[in-house]
Design a protein around this ligand. Sequence first.
Ligand code: SAH
Ligand code: SF4
Length: 345
Amino acid sequence: MDPARDARPTLRSVAGLYDLDRHGLGELLAGEPAFRVAQVWDGLYRRLQVPEEMTDLPVPLRARLSAAFPPTLAEAARRRSADGRTVKWSWALSDGARIETVLMHYGQRSTVCVSSQAGCAMGCLFCATGQAGFARHLSCGEILEQVVAAARHGTRRRLSNVVFMGMGEPLANFDAVWAAVVRIQQDIGISARHLTISTVGIVPGIRRLTAARLPVNLAVSLHAANDALRDRLVPINRRYPLSVLAEACQHYVRRTRRRLSLEWALIDQVNDRPSDATELAAFAFPLRAHVNLIPLNPTPGYGAPGTARPGVLAFADQLRRAGVTTTIRDTRGSEIDAACGQLAG
Ligand code: SAH
Ligand code: SF4
């Protein structure tokens, strides 16, 4: 047997079609005329086609690609909000794991919120994903394919932004997430400046991002700025307490000169008091961080309600008076369980 041929990617060595980079596709199509690689690549990433739709390919090649790469994301359900501005997919992966992807339209452009893991091991009390537990990491291709599916869907609008704010903790699956970031920029053509990674505060991951070449945006889900409360709401705080997190964030901001965002899900009587705003301002101000307030969305496993509108406005006001730029995120998609923290597959 020819060992070189043996080393070519096979069905068993490649998780899915979108896991192949261009070089890998070249190896897979080694027996075909050279221009086929460009043709298939163009079909996948410019025309956003699945192999059956690539009518410029000979029928046997289409059949071979379809047989070798059954879709890795099978649509299990799709819901659309009443105003049509939010779409949520539930996907069944090839091993039966479930993930969700949310597409949000803003005028002529759209943002897709992708999952990086099936489930999440971080166990944040108020998050539906955390309540359901961890199933497994996603591959680069499974992340990329969510972006392709969203881009295919929004034909009239331009998919301009990708946020890693779906199911899972992206920095706990760093290699696959980073491979997806590189390929979203290179192959789908969305600039790194329009990509945002949201983390619960995995310090080694923040350090790796600090050293990374591509200028992706970083958001840290803080929710509490004293260790006693954060230990309870966000258990990973026991491993990476606030002082260590603040130092990693400071280093990130100094080294990259990028603006950091802090996310804060406002929970009635839990982290929405004036003393909480004071602590948050003290954390955010030295970092010149931008605060994003998210009124807590309801989830099955957590009883406390989100802060009511007047409380949200007062909290935002206190932060602004302390010199912290603050925005309030809308609870878009909550009626189809597509809002922050509601994804459970
Ligand atoms: N694991 C990452 C990214 C996914 S969660 C992280 O935690 O950052 C995306 C955002 O939704 C995070 O800021 C998260 O804290 C927030 N979130 C989780 N549950 C929520 C809820 N019930 N209501 C509002 N925001 C929530
Ligand atoms: Fe995981 Fe983020 Fe949910 Fe926490 S908030 S359980 S880190 S997905």
